[in-house]
Design a binder for this molecule. Structure first.
Ligand SMILES: C[S@@+](CC[C@H](N)C(=O)[O-])C[C@H]1O[C@@H](n2cnc3c(N)ncnc32)[C@H](O)[C@@H]1O
Length: 334
């Protein structure tokens, strides 16, 4: 039997990846409007409460640099289930000056403490700390492939994940690709991080004074993954990235492209060590005088070691951008 011709199907149903991701993750029945991230993958926030204690230490340092303002905003962008803010608010009271706020498209979950604000968009004129853990990798982006005829936008069928090459990318995308993800041979692919850099710039522009931090897995200009990094996650497993709303769709972040001259890009290992998480094991002497304390310290050392493991969470990038506290980087020695 001859195969059925799919007349018009490719032209009607195939869309650029950015459109497909937007709909799959944040459309009316999108993945993130239905699901909690913690049910599908494990971030540093879920790995250990010590991540929240490091963020609390960062709050103290930024508060100090700001001269202890009357109100200290702690904004978590892409807050998921609000786990980080809940943990930090429990650790750090800043004498009633701490104003925690989640920026999250998903609805406020039951059980988030009342003092934590919850909103879908960035507040304005933030004074304090903005933190975005594993947010940039979920910002929809386009994929461009170098064909024998030049760069082409990759189109995808949202129902099946089938791809084909479409039109030439926009001039803005091409400029970004040339600068940040040069394509060398046919088949090479770039994930065009322009919308992520714009989203990050929006976050920084909402900061009146303090520090903005984006934390994510990523890659640098010298070492871009030419086959791309689009991945799906579902129930703790990696799955094929089909943008039908059934799974998380993520792509590693080109954090260096979002760095401006006032920012710093370091890795989580260096950042957490600067905040006091070293992974050092307690002395064996402690086991003799305080066996329980020794076990607790040993357990904490194991959790710290996971958070700073250079081959795992410790290899994540930390993009740090101070506003109005320009010597902050010197005091931290990231
Ligand atoms: C990978 S999860 C990270 C959750 C949390 N930060 C953590 O580390 O466990 C990304 C979260 O960002 C949210 N998100 C993505 N884009 C957003 C946007 N433009 N505004 C608000 N929330 C957004 C998603 O709904 C999702 O909960």
């Amino acid at each position: 039997m001859p195969s059925q011709p799919q007349v018009g199907w490719e032209h009607v149903d195939m869309v650029p990846w950015r459109t497909a991701m937007q709909q799959a993750l944040y459309g009316p029945s999108g993945f993130y409007l239905r699901e909690r991230p913690g049910a599908h993958f494990r971030t540093s926030v879920h790995a250990s409460r010590l991540f929240a204690s490091a963020v609390a230490e960062l709050v103290r340092r930024v508060d100090e640099a700001l001269g202890h303002p009357g109100r200290f905003d702690l904004v978590d962008v892409g807050a998921g289930g609000g786990e980080l803010l809940t943990a930090v608010a429990g650790l750090e009271d800043l004498s009633g000056r701490l104003a925690p706020c989640a920026v999250e498209v998903a609805a406020r979950p039951d059980g988030v403490p009342a003092e934590i604000g919850w909103r879908p968009e960035m507040p304005e004129a933030v004074t304090g700390l903005v933190i975005a853990n594993e947010w940039l990798d979920n910002i929809p982006l386009d994929v461009v492939e170098l064909s024998p005829d030049g760069p082409r936008l990759v189109l995808v069928d949202p129902a099946t994940g089938t791809e084909r090459l479409g039109p030439a990318p926009s001039a803005a995308d091409l400029t970004w690709i040339r600068r940040w993800w040069p394509l060398r041979k046919p088949g090479d692919r770039a994930e065009v991080g322009l919308p992520r850099c714009a989203a990050w710039a929006d976050v920084v522009s909402s900061l009146h004074a303090g520090l903005a931090v984006a934390i994510d897995y990523g890659h640098l200009l010298a070492d871009r993954p030419m086959a791309g990094t689009l991945t799906g996650y579902l129930d703790g497993r990696m799955v094929r990235p089909v943008p039908d709303g059934s799974c998380d769709i993520t792509a590693h972040a080109a954090l260096d492209a979002c760095l401006d001259p006032d920012g710093v890009l370091t890795d989580q290992r260096s950042a957490l060590r600067a905040l006091g998480l070293t992974g050092a094991r307690p002395s064996i002497e402690l086991a003799r005088i305080d066996p329980r304390g020794y076990l607790a310290a040993l357990c904490a050392a194991g959790e710290e070691a996971e958070l700073i493991d250079p081959g795992g969470l410790g290899g994540f990038g930390w993009l740090l951008r101070p506003v109005g506290i320009n010597h902050f980087h010197d005091t931290m020695a990231w």
